[in-house]
Unconditional design. Structure first.
Length: 551
């Protein structure tokens, strides 16, 4: 503290005021300045401001209403000291001047404090031995304090985001409820942002600023995160369910799956081995009845078409980690048992071909013959880095995937946060419509440029698809077991399929009793593109009119 002394009239007051205004402009007192003219040199003592009146003015300046001011001067002084102590608790950096133990302002009525400290108006520059000795040093300290506060406010963004995402993950894993998880995450994000912002402003702002700015910062950050996140978690395309027909029936399997199916009964003389149609995906049941069902029924086969667990009219699993290759194989074997057949014919399309291969590896003695049309990879790890796609198929699927960020988010959450939190945030009702929309944008003829064909699906099951595909990259290689199998298998591939030719060709190479045929002009969905040729080849194969000889 500096005292300006000198003769009366030389300009002490003017000098002090000029210096004070320069200090304010330099940022010494960002918390605010209170000025009181005590009129100490007024000739008439009655015009001078007494300490009690000054304490009342200071209390009003600090937000106390006139109706709340005490009536006596001593009580007003006590209230003023209480306000200063409250400020000190909110801001430990409130500066104090160390007075002599018995000092009190002469004639002021302000008694010496028990802790021998008197509060000053500056919130930042303590007037003890550490006080800046020059205005330049004080200005530098003020700039540093503001810079530190600004940096801390900036850090509220990543800190709040990290706290919110962490809380979202933990709450989703613990509760399994997306709304509970979102509420907890919002509180964590806003709370951390508010606390850090308030901490930053304690050094450089007044009480009102410290009160409202942290709330505003937390609100803005919460909105900035909540709006795009809500767009990803909600608002998916509508789901297109499959409507149960009069012929729809259900099996309650010992595996725990409730499976929807339809039966097309054989006409004429019934053959001993029924046919089970295995749809693709995973999680993409046939939107329309397969042309194979009436054709095979006409030559004496009972034909069963079922919806795999997690798709169509079959039940969804509460624990998505149960969507595995082993679960699908177990369900298929339970379907065989429910039919009452010791041995069956399997006809799989797309992913259904991969499931047929897995079933053959596990139960070769329970299959008489098998058909795989446009089959997926026998073992996913045999074709890493999307090498199972043609060049056109890769371009087409990349285009479609980037147009569906919710789909990409779901897969990222599965790998980063785990299946349970991911499913809590993006349950079946949030993802099945998105999955259908994505699949409907795939060009099933991407192997032949200039001839696109898109087939909109219905009854899609994202989690059956995503988790089964994830498990397919972890299971053991079934090819060694398949090489020992003598079951006749018909392998069909459309010349315009988006899957690489090597994928279907591998079935013919691995299965020693396989027949390989290419259907010209057909894409991935042979039943849609070439239904007549499809029926002809499959029917002939099942009636022993096509011999198991590689071509």
């Amino acid at each position: 503290m500096s005292a300006v002394a000198g003769m009366a009239g030389v300009g002490k007051t003017a000098l002090a005021l000029v210096a004070a205004h320069q200090a304010v402009r330099a940022g010494w007192f960002p918390g605010g300045v209170i000025f009181i003219d005590m009129r100490g040199y007024t000739p008439d003592p009655a015009e001078r401001v007494e300490a009690e009146a000054a304490a009342g003015q200071l209390a009003r300046a600090m937000g106390v209403r006139d109706t709340d001011l005490p009536s006596t001067g001593e009580e007003r002084l006590g209230l003023y000291r209480t306000l200063l102590d409250e400020q000190a608790r909110h801001c430990p950096f409130l500066p104090y001047l160390v007075w002599p133990p018995t000092w009190s302002a002469p004639g002021s009525g302000l008694p010496a404090r028990r802790d021998d400290r008197g509060p000053l108006s500056s919130r930042r520059h303590t007037l003890d031995h550490k006080t800046p000795s020059t205005p330049g040093e004080a200005m530098s300290a003020g700039v540093r304090a503001k810079a530190a506060a600004g940096l801390l406010i900036v850090l509220t963004v990543p800190a709040g985001l990290g706290a919110g995402l962490g809380a979202l993950w933990v709450a989703a894993a613990a509760s399994g409820n997306r709304y509970v998880a979102l509420a907890v995450a919002a509180l964590a994000l806003a709370g951390v942002a508010w606390w850090l912002c308030r901490l930053a402003l304690r050094r450089v702002a007044g009480l009102q600023v410290r009160c409202w700015v942290p709330i505003a910062v937390a609100g803005v950050e919460l909105a900035a995160v909540a709006i795009p996140l809500a767009g990803l978690l909600f608002g998916a395309p509508p789901y297109r369910p499959i409507v149960a027909g009069p012929g729809t029936r259900y099996w309650d399997l010992p595996t725990g799956s409730r499976i929807a199916y339809t039966r097309t009964p054989a006409q004429g003389e019934r053959r001993d081995t029924p046919v089970i149609l295995v749809h693709g995906g995973p999680g993409v049941p046939d939107a329309e009845p397969s042309p194979l069902a009436p054709a095979l029924a006409a030559v004496g086969f009972d034909v069963y078409a079922y919806h795999q667990v997690g798709a169509g009219l079959s039940t969804r699993l509460s624990d998505v980690r149960d969507y595995t290759i082993a679960r699908h194989v177990a369900d298929l074997d339970a379907v065989r048992a429910a039919i009452g057949a010791d041995r069956v014919v399997l006809a799989g399309v797309s992913w259904g071909g991969q499931l047929v291969a897995a079933y053959l590896a596990a139960h070769p003695d329970r299959v008489v013959r098998a058909v795989v049309a446009s089959p997926g990879t026998i073992w996913s790890l045999a074709f890493p880095d999307k090498r199972d796609l043609t060049e056109g198929g890769l371009r087409d699927q990349d285009r479609a995937l980037w147009a569906h960020p919710r789909f990409l988010l779901a897969h990222a959450l599965i790998e980063v946060a785990g299946p349970r939190p991911a499913y809590a945030l993006l349950p079946d009702e949030a993802m099945d419509g998105e999955f259908e929309s994505l699949v409907g944008e795939f060009d099933t003829r991407a192997g032949c440029p200039g001839r696109p064909l898109q087939v909109p699906p219905s009854g899609g099951g994202f989690w059956a698809h995503g988790m089964t595909g994830r498990d397919a990259r972890r299971v053991a290689d079934p090819r060694p077991a398949l090489r020992r199998i003598a079951v006749p298998v018909l392998v069909l591939r459309g010349s315009c399929d988006y899957l690489a030719p090597e994928v279907a060709r591998e079935y013919a190479d691995v299965l020693r009793n396989a027949v390989f045929r290419v259907i010209d002009g057909s894409g991935h969905d042979i039943a849609h593109d070439r239904p007549g040729r499809y029926r002809e080849l499959v029917t002939a194969f099942l009636r022993d009119q096509i011999t198991p000889k590689k071509s």
